[in-house]
Design a protein. Structure first.
Length: 292
């Protein structure tokens, strides 16, 4: 796949440029893959240590597997090409850079990590309901998080032309439809080792994230959010919490600066719905402060 009419290839690993989240994730995944190839197989391979095991609900002390599995990919046998990691990393590279531009590096990493957890939990639920109850089942691969990234891209750039299999130009929304249909069909097949449920869960999380305009930075202040429902002093009334209150000023300012830079570079017509909502949110906050 590749972009047909947008120059998203200007960012990379060049000297003097700061590393992007996408670049860091690519390097981490490739490093783990190489280490797994050259590392020992006995008593367990690196993939075995990082994989998400179906028995995790009965072994909660291995909770870190909900993240680590996303950095492990299948090593082909018999000299074949490693299509598992190639497919995931190419998709992350082509679409992740544009999504990172929208979200910022820190928020993109938070989004990617939560997507891994959501996809992993969905897979755990599916194997727990299976005939073996998850015994001996393992999950590896970044597909769930990568599908979430793809979903956010398609939500924001539905009409961008991409090259399917590097040959057939299609709008991004059509690519999304093909992915969903393929995964839905895959869930009904028993003769597959692809975690289609994890893909669908990642896609659903990505759509919800983009649709609702979430910012995961604000979810770190859960006590602050809970205390948002607090009684006003002396008023005898309750103040209803507004999501804007929990968003860190520095985070919002960073997003606004990035959006303003995009406007100066590409014009206001290039803004996504999420970016316009961010500007409106910043404007509301400034007005609210002007009234206090």
């Amino acid at each position: 796949m590749g972009f047909h009419d947008r120059g998203y290839s200007s960012r990379g690993f060049g000297a003097g440029s700061s590393w992007t989240a996408v670049a860091a994730l690519l390097v981490a995944n490739v490093a783990v893959f190489v280490a797994n190839m050259v590392g020992p197989r006995e008593p367990a391979s690196l993939n075995d240590l990082l994989a998400l095991h179906g028995e995790l609900p009965r072994q909660p002390w291995r909770i870190w597997e909900l993240l680590s599995y996303g950095f492990a990919h299948a090593v082909p046998r018999g000299g074949g090409l490693p299509w598992h990691i190639i497919g995931n990393m190419l998709t992350l590279w082509f679409f992740g850079r544009a999504v990172e531009d929208l979200l910022g590096r820190a928020e993109f990493l938070r989004f990617y990590a939560v997507a891994l957890v959501v996809a992993g939990l969905a897979w755990l639920a599916s194997v727990a309901l299976g005939p073996t109850g998850g015994a001996n089942a393992q999950l590896i691969g970044a597909s769930g998080a990568v599908t979430a990234v793809l979903a956010v891209f398609i939500w924001n750039f539905p009409h961008v032309t991409v090259l399917l299999w590097g040959l057939l130009p299609v709008p991004a929304w059509a690519l999304g439809v093909l992915y969903v249909v393929w995964d839905l069909q895959g869930t009904t097949s028993l003769a597959t080792n692809v975690a289609h449920i994890a893909h669908l869960a990642g896609a659903a999380f990505g759509v919800l994230y983009a649709w609702r305009g979430w910012n995961l930075a604000g979810f770190g202040d859960l006590p602050g959010r809970l205390s948002g429902w607090r009684r006003l002093r002396g008023g005898g009334r309750f103040r209803v919490f507004h999501p804007d209150d929990a968003e860190d000023d520095a985070s919002l300012q960073e997003q606004v600066d990035r959006i303003l830079e995009k406007i100066s570079r590409s014009g206001s017509s290039s803004l996504s719905a999420h970016e316009r909502e961010t500007l409106e949110r910043a404007s509301r906050r400034l007005k609210d402060r002007g009234r206090t």
